[in-house]
Design a protein around this ligand. Sequence first.
Ligand code: GLN
Length: 474
Amino acid sequence: MIDIKNLTIKNAHEDMKSGKYSAVDLANAYIKVVNEKNKEINAYLEVFADIIEQAKEADKRFKDGTATILTGIPFAIKDNILIKGRIATAASKILDNYHATYDATVINKLKKEGVVFIGRTNMDEFAMGGSTENSAFGITKNPFDTSRVAGGSSGGSAAAMAMNGALSALGSDTGGSIRQPASFCGLVGLKPTYGRVSRYGVMAMGSSLDQIGPFAKTVTDAEIIYNVIKGQDIKDSTTINDNTYSIKKISKKPVIGVPRHFLGGDGIKKDVLDNFNESLEKFKKLDYEVIDIALPNIAYSLPAYYVIMPAEVSSNLSRFDSVRFGLHKDGKDGIDDYFLTRGAGFGREARRRILLGTYVLSSGYYDAYYNRANAVRRIITEDFVKAFEKVDIIMTPTAPAPAFKIGEKISDPVAMYLEDIFTVTANLTGMPAMSIPSGVSKVEGKDLPLGLQMTARHGEERVLFSVGKEFLGE
Ligand code: GLN
């Protein structure tokens, strides 16, 4: 019996290398769990039929000595990342039967390592949401309490990991969609620096905000995946190389900055704040200096995000025009086809954001909304750059509360958007941010995971990794 509950990538690799078990054994262990649990949790939209064949290929590499650290590691992939020949829906009816015609760059890199893809995971439609309730293919439940959401939009990837149905997963993060579900599901979730990981082959939501990143059980595992998927890519002109940002020499321990003034609102649950303060105490015991910092304009992050993101969404989703991809409905003429197809194919949240985005980009309002939001985005980024002259890492909780109940916020979009209060800023500034598990909150007799979010300077993922490892004792 493989103890997959406590398994990490590092251990699994050592075990397979030493012949303790094979990649096929490992794959079978995960398939068993997925068969038992996926019906209830709905983490996977599809479990691939060829898992064992993939694992056999991995075993060959262990035999011939070409195995790498990720060879044979079971991965769950968010359903907006293309794997050639397989269905990719972004959890939308408009792409119900769409087959990817090429591999995303990240998939290409993982294939070279010989990972084993277990399946494609559920998500909010086109990554719009924070609960995976906006999927056209059912809600994903939180394995810690099935009456609650797994978070979103990468809720399927997080739940797949939390139910032990994968050892690692990829998600995409436009405003928190890796970090928030990681926090709801007791995992490590990383959004890399903008441009660090190629977006080629991920379905675009907000192109100036999107990044692909890993879910993992440990910071060490997240770092392993990050090191494989990162890198400049000729197919994504926004990717950067390792020398794009000059790395600051930190002679002593990184200094932690806390925007206290932003943690006072009533939106934040007491348990979350208590847990956050305990985490800071732990850092002090580990000899870190913790100081208060000011981010004077951070309160405008959420409003700026909810202008910029829908603007980009409305433009990106215009490609679903009944002709080029996916669903096609026949009307009386071309325009009618377009209306019928988009009306039938997009869910409520997608339609809401397309309308909002089209509005803020329309000729009379462009300056008042979109350009203004971009100016605010720049000012917020400058505030962070300034704060990073004094500190090396900025900490907040990842989310204002633990996982909420299914249905609790779905009819109140503003309440749902407020969930993103701590996460959207890293996407606006392009800085790397990671959520790590920091404890639990007991709610209705269940232990619900909480997350601590750390943000670093552009290009300084290594600071996140070193501080995260020390906190978790890795
Ligand atoms: N919850 C945020 C939103 O709905 C973030 C989404 C994301 O990161 N993909 O926009």
